[in-house]
Design a protein around this ligand. Structure first.
Ligand code: FDA
Length: 306
């Protein structure tokens, strides 16, 4: 399915709902359009679970070029990347992904070398690299690598925490204590009840709790959600606590809740849109469908039309 979808014309048209295009030029053009509305961007070159070192290095090369393009064009943008795209999954291939992720020391060492190069370039250009958070098998290693990279390049790297994980409150304290920037999201992967809240109301309640903690921590905080009730709660909380608009920003995905993005930006809040581009869009697209049943209706309608 993935191979067919990513290569077919119909597939690419569907992906256009959430993905800015296939080339760096497409991403830059989308960035310029979004920046013109007073909205910042995080550029994501799509790809994950790469198993060949050469592929991981090629993926990093794309990020080096994106960083240069951001600096040259003076875009209001940073980049987001995934560690399994940068080598963390290389030389894996064992059946159990959980065991794989924990034992694949070679893959993680490779990823750290590769991402270290990307963060070094970002630091030189005064830009930030955000390390996306993937499934829970990768959480500890992702946080630990972010800490080491932050120690080498302070302020040039941050990561993402997911409010559906029980461990996240502790992780937030751990990162904030070191001044490491957090993007807070609810979490997009299928996780078992041993590690994540099964009920959405608990995920949402934990989100609000952690959002307030982040916003009052003194460390700049990315509030990544399209949940209007939570956005409103943040606005009220900031007003009540006298939290400056410069202490946090709202973050949303390209193609999702555009009206809300524009409204918040017009009100003077920092807003950043996550713009993915590239050909390896299938897993990203499937996660967006899984988040919202209405997106499946969108998919079905477009498939029928094609
Ligand atoms: P929720 O799912 O409760 O949805 C609230 C409302 O938002 C919905 O009712 C709908 O109106 C709208 N909405 C939400 N998702 C939509 C969609 N796909 N299409 C259309 N409307 C939608 N996850 C992760 O595990 N690791 C990561 O690194 C990141 N990074 C990241 C960056 C940014 C900038 C964002 C916004 C999100 C992520 N995520 C992520 C994804 C995140 O974990 C989560 O899956 C989605 O944001 C959906 O959750 P919401 O908080 O939007 O709320």
């Amino acid at each position: 399915m993935r191979g067919w979808a990513e290569r077919s014309r119909v597939g690419r048209r569907l992906a256009g709902r959430f993905v800015a295009g296939t080339t760096i030029e497409d991403a830059v053009a989308a960035c310029e359009r979004v920046n013109a509305e007073g909205i910042a961007v995080s550029v994501d070159s799509l790809g994950e679970s790469v198993t060949l070192e050469a592929e991981a290095r090629a993926a990093a090369e794309v990020y080096h070029r994106v960083l240069d393009a951001i600096a040259e064009r003076k875009l209001n943008a940073n980049v987001s990347l995934k560690l399994t795209q940068m080598g963390a999954s290389c030389r894996s291939g064992r059946a159990d992904a959980r065991e794989d992720a924990k034992n694949n020391n070679e893959g993680w060492a490779l990823a750290e070398e590769i991402v270290g190069g990307v963060v070094e370039r970002a630091a030189r250009l005064g830009l930030l690299v955000r390390i996306d958070m993937e499934g829970s098998a990768h959480t500890e290693a992702t946080i630990a690598m972010t800490e080491r990279l932050h120690a080498r390049f302070p302020g040039s790297v941050g990561t993402v925490l997911q409010s559906y994980l029980y461990r996240t409150e502790g992780d937030a304290e751990r990162l904030l204590g070191q001044g490491i920037r957090i993007r807070l999201c609810k979490g997009a992967y299928q996780e078992p009840a041993e590690v994540a809240f099964p009920a959405k109301k608990d995920v949402d309640a934990n989100y609000v709790k952690l959002m307030k903690r982040g916003a009052t921590s003194g460390v700049f905080c990315g509030i990544a959600t399209h949940d209007e009730a939570i956005v409103e709660e943040m606005r009220q909380f900031a007003r009540a606590q006298g939290i400056a608009k410069s202490a946090f920003e709202f973050q949303m995905l390209y193609g999702v809740r555009r009206g809300l993005q524009r409204r918040l930006a017009a009100e003077g809040y920092g807003v950043r849109v996550y713009i993915p581009f590239g050909t390896a869009w299938y897993p990203y697209f499937m996660r967006r469908l899984a988040e919202r049943p209405a997106n499946v209706v969108f998919l079905a309608r477009n498939l029928l039309r094609s």
